[in-house]
Design a protein around this ligand. Structure first.
Ligand SMILES: CC(C)(O)[C@@H](O)C(=O)O
Ligand SMILES: [Mg+2]
Length: 600
């Protein structure tokens, strides 16, 4: 062994007889000792459709690994369903759960001295939590997500949980119509079908190189998703031997997720109008690995990367299944690469360079291999199913229309400027973010009077109660990482603006964050947050807010002197915060640092 097995601490030497006895009681065979122990980090839970089908897959992965002679042991992490935890104080727990997941993976893997891990993630905080752990532990790791949910279509347009939320608060829609939509919006297992946070993060994992091709886009219900798990199981064994036996450090997370890989991933995100949460998570993951990747890099990239792909909620024409049919993540990267926008020398978990994978998985070549066709022709089954790999339907043809198909080439970009932008100004000195892919170009410049609310709940009441009118800028304060605490997703306020048919008439700005399902002129992550003394906490009703996306600015129309003389507005809400959340709030940073905990 070139690198000593971590597990040798508990499997070697006469004095480890007790530990060996326990390992054998777990099912480890004598002949497995001295070989890498692989942790199967699963996030199965029946509280989240993105995870409800993961019960058996961990054991299938174990069987695949053990065929190759290594012992594999499964443990679970928690997983919160943001959609179910939304619209009430459950959302306070969502972002903090990311760090809890990272810690729990460290606890299990370090306590039992596992040598390598396969991470079975899916929804919003689970993929970033596990990625943070992978960077922290820096042992061989491969990621496989549970896969996306099939999309339900009404008259050719996506109808998902966001559609249900918007219709449910629209008084012009009948109860029967609302029930009809909620009955079909989520047709079974998988991460919700749009380019929401879960699918954004799983796509970014593929771009960073820590998962195999297809990870971001092959449907949960498709048999090809099971094949991906089998391939990943074989790969983690191969990489564990490469590292421990051959001393090959290139398989380690920090060797793969380098600064260049983060830049590539962010480039992809900007090109596909991913969830703004990815910014928060990429900053936090980079921070765990000591990678130099900051808000300023995101700002720079957003100025030169075009928007090549729009899925729900940025359009209702396409969802993740159509993106897969157009060649998925590697084919978006392929188009970006033609514009010289990537560093394709980055090495990936499968041992290839990004250039090699882009070439091999391109669907635009004259001869596309049967393996590539197999992956990208994975189609929805079209019937409700919450079973992993329960169907194997295929598309007859792949989508190679780069002018008006799901993935466009640079010549036919939706916009030359990317789908995400970072704005700065006197109310966001450390920046804030907006998903421009989801904003109608007619309101990229917007000025209007502030309507201030110091909680998400008050904002919801204000919007639904008619307090907010066309032309207003809704300002939601004290919902940042520290102030919330937990930086709630504001999907209800942004959906209610649409329910009230104010989508193009209002802006919303906050130190909180958004769901990937949010679209419209919604600006979040304002840093510093109000609870950290940020100027957003000084805004009062009637102040004029100037938003200018093309020039990347956001300001309250007050002079520096006026703003300096303004006191912070008192917080009027009455929110009960548990001790667990207070502990989190006591150490969390602002969004521009990824909302990571500052612990020294
Ligand atoms: C419920 C959603 C849509 O998954 C949301 O949590 C997101 O962030 O995308
Ligand atoms: Mg979310």
């Amino acid at each position: 062994m070139k690198h000593q097995l971590r597990s040798s601490m508990s499997t070697e030497g006469r004095r480890m007889a007790g530990a060996r006895a326990l390992w054998m009681a777990n099912g480890m065979k004598r002949e497995m000792m001295g070989k890498p122990i692989i942790a199967i980090v699963n996030s199965f839970t029946q509280f989240v459709p993105g995870h409800t089908h993961l019960h058996e897959i961990g054991q299938l992965v174990k069987a695949e690994i053990e065929k190759l002679g290594c012992y594999a042991a499964e443990f679970n992490t928690i997983a919160i369903d943001d959609g179910i935890a939304m619209g009430h104080d459950g959302m306070l727990y969502s972002l903090p759960s990311r760090d809890l997941i990272a810690d729990s993976v460290e606890y299990m893997v370090n306590a039992h001295k596992a040598d390598a891990m396969i991470c079975i993630s899916n929804c919003d905080k689970i993929t970033p939590g596990m990625l943070m752990a992978a960077m922290r532990l820096n042992i061989p790791a491969v990621f496989v997500s549970g896969g996306p949910m099939e999309a339900h279509k009404i008259n050719g347009e996506n109808a998902d949980l966001i559609t249900a939320m918007i219709k449910a608060a629209d008084a012009s829609v009948s109860d029967e119509e609302v029930t009809r939509i909620e009955n079909c919006a989520c047709p079974g297992c998988g991460s919700c079908s749009g380019m929401f946070t879960a699918n954004s993060m799983n796509s970014l994992t593929e771009a960073i190189g820590l998962s195999l091709p297809g990870n971001g886009t092959i449907l949960a219900t498709h048999t090809n998703r099971i094949q991906l798990f089998k391939d990943a199981a074989q790969l983690i064994v191969k990489n564990a031997f490469k590292y421990y036996e051959e001393g090959d450090d290139s398989v380690l997370p920090r060797s793969i997720a380098t600064r260049q890989a983060f830049m590539n991933a962010m480039t992809l995100d900007i090109a596909m109008g991913g969830s703004t949460n990815t910014i928060l998570h990429l900053l936090a993951i980079a921070n765990e690995g000591g990678v130099d990747f900051k808000m300023a890099d995101i700002d720079q990239l957003s100025r030169r990367v075009p928007c090549l792909c729009k899925l729900a909620p940025n359009t209702q024409r396409f969802s993740i299944q159509e993106c897969n049919r157009a060649g998925g993540i590697l084919n978006i990267l392929g188009e970006l690469n033609k514009g010289g926008l990537l560093d394709t020398t980055c090495r990936r978990v499968n041992g290839h360079t990004l250039a090699e994978d882009i070439e091999e998985y391109s669907i635009m070549k004259e001869t596309v291999s049967s393996e590539v066709k197999r992956i990208y022709s994975s189609a929805p089954g079209g019937v409700f199913s919450n079973k992993m790999g329960s169907q194997s339907k295929t598309y007859d043809t792949l989508d190679t229309d780069r002018a008006d198909g799901c993935i466009r080439d640079i010549e036919h970009a939706y916009s030359k400027d990317g789908g995400l932008a970072v704005l700065f100004g006197n109310i966001a000195q450390n920046g804030c973010v907006v998903k421009t892919a989801g904003v109608d170009a007619s309101i990229w410049k917007f000025s209007g009077p502030a309507k201030v609310f110091d909680s998400q709940e008050a904002a919801c009441e204000g919007i639904l109660g008619g307090k907010v009118v066309s032309g207003d800028v809704v300002v939601i304060t004290h919902e940042g990482p520290k102030g919330g605490p937990g930086m709630q997703e504001m999907l209800y306020p942004t959906s209610y603006i649409k329910s009230k048919h104010l989508g193009k008439g209002c802006a919303l700005i906050t130190d909180g964050r958004f769901s990937g399902g949010t679209s419209g002129l919604s600006i979040g992550h304002i840093s510093p947050e109000a609870a950290a003394g940020g100027n957003i906490g000084k805004i009062v009703d009637g102040d004029i807010i100037d938003i200018d996306i093309p020039n990347r600015s956001i300001n309250v129309r007050l002079s520096d002197e006026e703003l300096a003389a303004r006191p912070m507005m008192p917080v009027t809400r009455n929110r009960q915060v548990s001790k667990a959340l207070k502990a989190y709030a006591s150490m969390v940073s602002s969004a521009d640092m990824g909302g990571v905990r500052i612990i020294d």
